[in-house]
Design a protein around this ligand. Structure first.
Ligand code: AMP
Ligand code: MG
Length: 505
């Protein structure tokens, strides 16, 4: 008898896990195993990030990769845990929350520095409350693509390595299938972590957490001691958050659930749920259908971030003692944010210097765009092309003008703009070509519009993941032309307005 050749057992997948930081004890992290995901399969794989993390070339082919990133296997050296946090939700103190469906597998040493690797949707944790610890396919694809779209735009964000799916059923408004996203960030610490220990009066834990964040992510504060050190932390988070808000507003990104437990201490965009990139410009746009009051409407985001920073400031008070320096740190937001926003808007307009009239130039443009619900992304892209061509083509601005119903309003704005542009860029019209090309590097052609995500999700539900992968490729370099994906750069179809995204995920 001839016996079948034995299938070689693959070598275990060995990754450079860091030793757990002894500083972060059981007061923060609770060991917790993932719940297996039946018959797991790949939905989306981010090879660019795989490479940047220094993971092996054949990583995706390793059978343990699929299993480990679906929660079916714990790799040697990984120590899965969930952390506790609290927070304010929709302006109201919500008490203890915690990682209800996120599990950190541990920290990896990578060429991008030490990175925390999290599974989202890998089953219940001690903090799941009444939740099932799962995530559905649609929300996992949205988080995967949005993280990478934001990164492609240059916005600070957590990253996403992959999504795995399963026929396993999950009950939401209807029965859906389960999926797991692997998220990557230097840290997933939230404002809510600080609020948690402050509200429980656990001041030594609060200090240890603050010291941990400073030691690992804000080395410039290491030399400071006493209250100054924690004022420095508040100042740094205020600065990063202000910069982040300027980015969100400039790209027309609406987060949807800016609760303090979704605010990153590193100023990263965190926890993608009912987010949306604006189609037609509307400052009052509410992307989360569960947000009945419009607390998190697009135009309110910078103010909400400021409110959230006050919650963080309040939480840090036991370490700061005196109010005045904490208030001064928070106060800096009022200058950092508008300056950062103006700088971004000037860049979008191709203005290379500052002029006191710029705010009114920007405001009058946004008013005109709001009046006609002009598509926010298409406008900036067309304006960039128009500026680039306007030195030789008389009608270069026609495609931009076509976006407006009130043409006379646009014409009046254009006159002021062109005069300002030529004056800013001294050499006048001759310089417009270079200015336009520069604007194309700041005004993206592609954003993750709701309807594009929706189409990719529909296809994925029927087992076809090609659009998820193609969107990932295009969104990684959204300033490039990608001529074969031209239709993804167009205006949203009418049915896009009927897509309803709620907190359910
Ligand atoms: P979010 O606003 O989606 O970031 O979630 C708010 C809180 O609810 C967090 O503590 C989550 O971990 C938790 N949560 C959301 N969905 C689930 C779920 N399906 N199972 C367990 N916890 C969840
Ligand atoms: Mg959250």
């Amino acid at each position: 008898m001839i016996s079948a050749p034995a299938t070689p057992t693959p070598a275990p997948l060995e990754l450079p896990w860091q030793q757990a930081d002894a500083h972060l004890g059981s007061w923060l992290n609770t060991p917790c195993l993932p719940t297996p995901l039946p018959a797991a399969h790949w939905v989306g794989r981010n090879d660019t990030l795989r490479q940047a993390l220094g993971l092996p070339t054949d990583f995706w082919q390793h059978p343990q990769a699929l299993e480990a990133l679906s929660g079916n296997l714990v790799l040697v050296g990984s120590a899965p845990h969930a952390s506790v946090y609290s927070g304010h939700q929709f302006g109201v103190w919500a008490g203890q929350l915690g990682d209800g469906r996120a599990l950190s597998l541990g920290e990896l040493q990578t060429p991008m520095g030490v990175q925390d690797i999290q599974l989202k949707g890998a089953g219940p944790t001690p903090y799941s409350r009444r939740g099932d610890g799962r995530a559905v396919l649609r929300s996992s694809i949205r988080e995967f693509l949005a993280s990478e779209a934001m990164h492609g735009l240059g916005v600070a964000t957590t990253r996403a390595l992959c999504v795995t799916g399963s026929p396993g059923r999950v009950q939401r408004e209807e029965i859906e299938t389960a999926a797991v996203v692997t998220r990557v960030a230097p840290s997933f610490v939230r404002f809510g972590h600080f609020e948690h220990f402050a509200s429980n009066g656990e001041h030594e834990a609060l200090r240890a957490l603050a010291d941990h964040v400073i030691a690992h992510h804000m080395p410039q504060l290491q030399a400071l001691s006493g209250p100054e050190r924690y004022v420095g932390l508040l100042q740094e988070v205020t600065h990063r958050t202000a910069k982040l808000m300027a980015q969100w507003q400039a790209y027309g990104f609406c987060h949807g659930v800016m609760n303090t437990d979704n605010m990153s201490i590193l100023g990263l965009t965190l926890d993608y749920g009912p987010f949306q990139f604006l189609d037609g410009f509307d400052p009052g746009h509410i992307c989360n259908h569960s947000d009945h009051q419009g607390r998190y409407a697009y135009a309110r985001q910078p103010q909400v971030a400021y409110w959230n920073l006050f919650c963080l400031g309040q939480a840090l008070m036991p370490l700061i003692d005196e109010q005045a320096p904490a208030l001064a740190a928070l106060e800096s937001y009022k200058t950092t944010f508008p300056q950062a926003l103006d700088q971004r808007m000037r860049a979008k307009l191709g203005l290379t210097d500052e002029h006191e009239q710029d705010r009114s130039l920007i405001n009058s443009l946004l008013q005109a765009m709001h009046q006609d619900r002009v598509d926010y992304t298409v406008f900036w892209r067309r304006l960039s092309h128009a500026v680039a061509e306007s030195h030789h083509a008389q009608h270069a601005f026609e495609p931009v003008r076509d976006l407006f119903l009130h043409r006379e309003v646009f014409d009046a704005w254009l006159d002021t703009y062109v005069a300002r542009l030529d004056n800013a860029n001294q050499a006048g019209a001759n310089n417009r070509h270079a200015t336009g090309l520069q604007m194309l590097t700041t005004n993206p052609k592609f954003i993750l519009r709701n309807h594009l995500g929706e189409l990719a999700i529909r296809q994925a539900k029927s087992g076809d993941f090609a659009m998820v992968q193609d969107l990932l490729t295009v969104l990684h370099t959204p300033y490039d032309e990608h001529p074969s994906f031209e239709s993804w750069a167009g205006l949203a179809p009418e049915w896009a307005a009927s897509i309803e995204i709620s907190c359910s995920s």
